[in-house]
Design a protein around this ligand. Structure first.
Ligand SMILES: Cc1cc2nc3c(=O)[nH]c(=O)nc-3n(C[C@H](O)[C@H](O)[C@H](O)COP(=O)(O)O)c2cc1C
Length: 379
């Protein structure tokens, strides 16, 4: 048996299951082509919209690091501190659809065997906005994009009908997905926000609209820390800050929890996992929970902008894992995908040191079945 790094996800064949997610590493054709040269199986473009965006003055992303000895967290650069997270308030691509059009075609012509997914975003409050989604979808697929990722997750949009505000509204998730599916000839993935009470609800709505896969997570809502010396936010413009997005190692367990909810609720559906991945060990958790592909942003940003060493490590890790588990019959990701999904159970289903009479916080028998005290007055 020989190890097989390629995989098929939503009908698309990937040389390997690792993608650069929609973010600065995929903001240009030159970056994307460098990423493909470096070995990534696919990329999701930086999100393309029809409305022009203007980013804040100053840095759009910073990295938070922790001191190994004291645990101090800060964005200030200092020796010996280890990466905790990325924090960003960057909007979607500041390039127009016209700018992207010839580039999507050129990338696909240069790399016909790599997978290029176009991330797109529009509003959703009226028919005109739904037509914008369709225009973006038809244009991207017309230029050769292999799939579409609908951005229902950008945490920085003030508009009530855009970005993560779509991902917080199951009605909008469904309506937008359906509108795109009406015109799509390629697979449609929906990237959901983790900032909702129960992501299963929005995922179900996307599937009702016809989604081929769910992607999770985008960054988590967060604000920068306040510097104790200056009492100013560590990143701000004129002293002001707005809620931004946390990515990187800090969100790995949080994203895994979201993914576990999703894959348990829809074991037969397709999922692409994102959040805190920098080497194969972390990607493995997503595969074991049921993801068919894994995407990377923060780790790639810190590795020559497109992650040449990150993808090398991911590929070597997958190869070594398959080799060491050849005895278990693993020859590709499909052989171990989802095999730990069913290990997540209710707290009350976890074994206790002794057979204590524990009923998940309820009385042993409750409701109508509970024995009523003799004196109880029944009405
Ligand atoms: C600076 C920056 C810009 C991003 N821009 C986008 C975007 O345009 N569209 C999108 O869907 N996600 C965007 N993301 C989210 C990432 O694709 C990814 O979901 C998130 O960073 C979590 O992955 P990570 O832990 O590997 O960073 C951005 C993230 C960062 C850090």
């Amino acid at each position: 048996m020989s190890a097989e790094l390629s995989t098929t996800f939503t009908g698309l064949r990937f040389e390997n299951p690792f993608l650069l997610s929609s973010a600065p590493p995929t903001e240009s054709d030159s970056n994307i082509m460098r990423a493909f040269d470096a070995g990534w199986g696919g990329v999701v473009t930086k999100t393309i919209g029809l409305h022009p965006v203007v980013n804040v003055d100053g840095p759009k992303t910073k990295f938070m690091r922790a001191n190994a000895d004291s645990g101090r967290l800060s964005m200030q650069k200092r020796a010996g501190a280890v990466l905790h997270s990325s924090w960003n308030w960057e909007l979607i691509s500041d390039k127009t659809l016209d700018w992207w059009v010839p580039r999507i075609r050129r990338i696909k012509e240069a790399f016909p065997h790599k997978v290029l997914i176009a991330s797109i975003m529009a509003g959703s409050g009226n028919d005109k906005e739904l037509k914008h989604w369709q225009e973006l979808a038809e244009t991207a697929q017309g230029e050769g994009a292999d799939g579409l990722e609908l951005n229902f997750s950008c945490p920085h949009m003030d508009r009530r009908d855009m970005g993560s505000n779509i991902g917080k509204d199951q009605g909008l998730c469904s309506v937008v997905t359906e509108a795109v599916k009406e015109v799509a000839k390629v697979p449609v993935w929906c990237k959901l926000t983790p900032a909702t009470a129960d992501i299963v609800v929005e995922a179900a709505a996307c599937f009702r609209g016809g989604a081929d896969a769910i992607v999770s997570s985008n960054t988590f809502p967060s604000i920068p820390l306040i510097d104790p010396e200056t009492m100013e936010f560590e990143i701000n413009v004129d002293g002001f800050v707005s809620s931004g997005g946390l990515g990187g190692p800090a969100i790995l367990p949080l994203s895994l929890a979201k993914m576990a909810q999703l894959t348990k609720a829809f074991p037969d559906r397709s999922f692409s996992g994102i959040g805190g991945v920098s080497d194969f060990n972390q990607a493995l958790s997503y595969f074991l929970l049921g993801c068919g592909t894994v995407q990377v942003c923060t780790a790639a940003m810190l590795d020559q902008a497109v992650g040449p060493n990150v993808i090398k490590k991911l590929l070597a890790g997958l190869d070594a894992f398959l080799e060491s588990h050849a005895k278990d019959g693993f020859t590709s990701v499909e052989d171990f995908r989802g095999i730990r999904r069913d290990r997540i159970v209710l707290q009350s289903e976890i074994r206790r040191p002794d057979a204590a009479d524990y009923h998940s916080g309820y009385e042993s028998v409750e409701g109508y079945a509970a024995p009523q005290p003799e004196t109880a007055v029944r009405v």
